[in-house]
Design a protein around this ligand. Structure first.
Ligand SMILES: NC(=O)C1=CN([C@@H]2O[C@H](COP(=O)(O)OP(=O)(O)OC[C@H]3O[C@@H](n4cnc5c(N)ncnc54)[C@H](OP(=O)(O)O)[C@@H]3O)[C@@H](O)[C@H]2O)C=CC1
Ligand SMILES: O=C(O)[C@@H]1CCC=N1
Length: 270
């Protein structure tokens, strides 16, 4: 892997998170390339990370691994270029929500290995959760390359491709649900008259502490919640309101909606 050149095609939010995470994990800027639509954005990223911006055709020629990080709505234009530019044997890694490996396999040179990945933005801080699935022509050696790449910036699981819409809804979008919750809890602090900076500090540290307990204690989330919930106390008064407002049902519906949207994004290219 040391000599592998990786090109990120579309260095937006997740593409930049990958570049940044790989550099923080020790990968050399000269082993990375990226493409961007606008010259000003490309120049800013080169200034920030010391990584070279190239056009798509150059990336396809010079890189061993092409990481597709454009929005699903932009994939057709990109595939038009890649269809003739990709060298046989180049590994194509798709981070795009909803897009099946079969779409790439239809449009790229016969036999191109494709791996579908659903990462998330905590990649920026080396705490990504990525799920990977092999396409028809991707073997264990290709999965190993992708696993090696992504384990430098977080955790990696292998899933059958049919589970990727669910993964996208859970961990791909997942950080947004936690940010939403934190935002609402800080507002609750404002409602109760706390200064915003104090409320923010209280909630963020509570979130970090709870996350570390979830990861490291080995306890079930129910047991951790019960340990906070004293008989006749404050927490159970809040839990009753969460149940009254059907927060659990809202989460089930919200995450189901995200999975349905992921599937819809894929079908748009049938
Ligand atoms: N954000 C997230 O948390 C996650 C995103 N993803 C997936 O990653 C992909 C990107 O999402 P996100 O980073 O949020 O989106 P962004 O819009 O931030 O990033 C996409 C970038 O690609 C650029 N782009 C579009 N077409 C081309 C092209 N042909 N050549 C070069 N650059 C191009 C866009 O330019 P322009 O600004 O001009 O459109 C934009 O800068 C999506 O497919 C999404 O499903 C997956 C997991 C998590
Ligand atoms: O919202 C989206 O479509 C992307 C995919 C997962 C997270 N962000």
């Amino acid at each position: 892997m040391a000599m592998t050149t990786i090109a990120v095609l579309g260095a937006g939010k997740i593409g930049e998170a990958l570049l940044s995470g790989l550099l923080s994990a020790g990968r050399r800027p000269e082993d990375l390339l990226f493409t961007e639509r606008y010259a000003q954005r490309a120049a800013e990223l080169t200034e920030r990370y010391g990584v070279r911006a190239v056009d798509t055709a150059t990336a396809a020629t010079d890189a061993d691994v092409l990481v597709v990080a454009v929005k699903p709505q932009d994939i057709e234009v990109l595939l038009d270029t890649l269809a003739t530019a990709v060298t046989p044997g180049t590994l194509v890694v798709s981070l795009a929500a909803g897009l099946p490996t079969a779409l790439y396999e239809r449009r790229l040179p016969a036999g191109t290995p494709v791996v579908r990945v659903m990462p998330n933005t905590p990649m920026l801080v080396g705490e990504a959760m990525s799920a990977i699935s092999a396409g028809t022509h991707a073997g264990p050696e290709h999965l190993a390359v992708v696993e090696d790449l992504l384990s430098a910036v977080g955790k990696v699981v292998r899933v059958p491709e049919r589970q990727q819409d669910a993964v996208t809804a859970l961990s791909g979008s997942g950080p947004a649900y936690f940010f939403f919750l934190v935002e609402a809890m800080i507002d609750a602090g404002i409602l109760l008259g706390l200064p915003r900076d104090v409320a923010t500090q209280l909630i963020i540290q509570s979130a970090v502490g709870a996350a570390v307990m979830l990861r490291d204690s080995g306890e079930h989330p129910v047991a951790l919640r019960e340990a906070v919930t004293s008989p006749g106390g404050t927490t159970i008064a809040a839990v009753r309101e969460l149940e009254n407002h059907r927060v659990r049902a809202a989460l089930l519906s919200a995450i189901e909606a995200a999975a349905l949207r992921s599937a819809e994004l894929g079908r748009a290219h049938d």
